[in-house]
Design a protein around this ligand. Structure first.
Ligand SMILES: *Cc1c(COP(=O)(O)O)cnc(C)c1O
Length: 377
């Protein structure tokens, strides 16, 4: 326990921050290409560190943004009514089963605010999305981290770790950073095993990239499980990460509780317009996604042919579970102008981008292996 009073005296800090916040590590975003260029004296670095889409906005999305520029003096629609009802139609659920937030990360934070009190528990498998533990600490929750099994969410172990104190459990499908999926049937078993006092958050940030037939539409699970909430985003497949808009859908009761925690006007008007335009152009979005999937499979085959082990990728990224080598591999890639995301002692995650950028990565990793004197595994 950090003693706030002493902490402030020792560090000469203004005010009296909550101890949980004073001790909180900041969210660490992927490094920029510019940072890598400055650190390693390289030019033309490519950033493959944040699972961003490599495309400029779809023409209809760019038009929607232009059309909205004249109205940025006005507050947006707080409830995002038009976007919500269009999402509901798209998902085939009722309008009161859908909500939108400032990115799905914003919604994840809202879910914990709505359901988790200090001392309650939040459960997840690990490694997974780095924002979960930060959000858990914001609400002073106890964290339960269950190890992945074969780089994959271990749902029986997660179910076994959930108690009546556990108010939220995360299931990330596909998982970030490992890219692996669990079959929908296993999620149903977890839901059957978990008490309904626990909200199960199914984080589907990368759902559009999945082609494993064991993963099917999770919407039908909502019928029997009002404690399930599914989150998705416009940041990844739709390529709108900079606009900050995501959505959640589930039972009307849960959606209403999430809504109560939304900061006023958190989803801006250009984001709402862009999301609506992107939803209306879902075929164009899907064809971009299909290109990413083709590239993902090409990169995976090339890596495996070179001797690297990588689990079957189902998002817009590949995962190299290199353990102790991770930090050095990250640096070696940066020295060759490729900014990936290294998780020290665990592995390296690399975003799938354009064919040219992916080739840069493949060439860099070939040389990095030589630089580091490692035989890939
Ligand atoms: C990227 C990501 C999100 C959040 O993205 P937003 O931009 O906040 O919508 C959520 N979950 C996972 C697992 C992610 O990788």
């Amino acid at each position: 326990m950090v003693d706030t009073h002493q902490w402030c005296q020792n560090r000469n800090v203004t005010g009296r921050p909550r101890p949980s916040i004073a001790a909180l590590p900041a969210y660490r975003p992927g490094r920029s290409a510019a940072a890598a260029e400055a650190d390693h004296g390289v030019i033309d670095a490519v950033k493959l560190a944040s699972n961003e889409a490599p495309f400029s906005p779809l023409p209809s999305v760019a038009e929607a943004i232009s059309a909205g520029i004249g109205q940025v003096n006005l507050y947006p629609d707080h409830g995002a009514a038009a976007l919500r009802s269009e999402l509901a139609a798209h998902l085939n659920v009722a309008s009161n089963q859908v909500t939108v937030g400032a990115g799905s990360a914003g919604i994840l934070q809202q879910i914990l605010l709505a359901y988790v009190a200090p001392g309650d528990a939040v459960a997840m498998c690990w490694p997974s999305f780095e924002a979960y533990p930060i959000f858990a600490r914001l609400v002073e929750a106890e964290e339960i981290r269950v190890p992945l099994h074969d780089e994959t969410f271990d749902l029986p172990a997660l179910a076994a770790a959930i108690t009546h104190q556990t108010k939220v459990a995360f299931v990330t499908n596909p998982n970030n950073p490992t890219g692996t999926v669990v079959p929908t049937a296993e999620i149903e078993m977890l839901l059957d095993a978990v008490p309904d006092t626990c909200i199960v958050v199914l984080d589907e940030a990368y759902a559009e990239f999945v082609d494993d037939p064991r993963v099917t539409d999770s919407t039908p699970l909502l019928a029997d499980h009002p404690n399930l909430v599914i989150t998705r985003t416009f940041s990844k497949a739709h390529g709108l990460a900079g606009l900050r808009v995501g959505y959640a859908y589930g039972s009307p009761e849960v959606i209403e509780m999430i809504d109560r925690t939304l900061a006023p006007f958190a989803v801006n008007d250009l984001a709402q317009r862009s999301a609506r335009a992107s939803l209306a152009a879902v075929d164009e979005m899907q064809s971009r996604v299909a290109n990413v999937v083709v590239e993902r499979d090409r990169v995976t085959e090339t890596l495996r042919a070179a001797g690297w082990t990588t689990p079957n990728p189902q998002g817009n990224f590949v995962w190299l579970p290199v353990g102790a080598l991770a930090a050095d591999l990250g640096v070696a890639l940066e020295q060759r102008g490729v900014v990936a995301r290294a998780f020290p002692e665990v592995g390296v995650r690399v975003t799938i981008s354009t064919e040219t950028a992916n080739d840069r990565f493949l060439e860099a990793i070939l040389h990095a292996a030589t630089d580091l004197g490692v035989v890939p595994r």
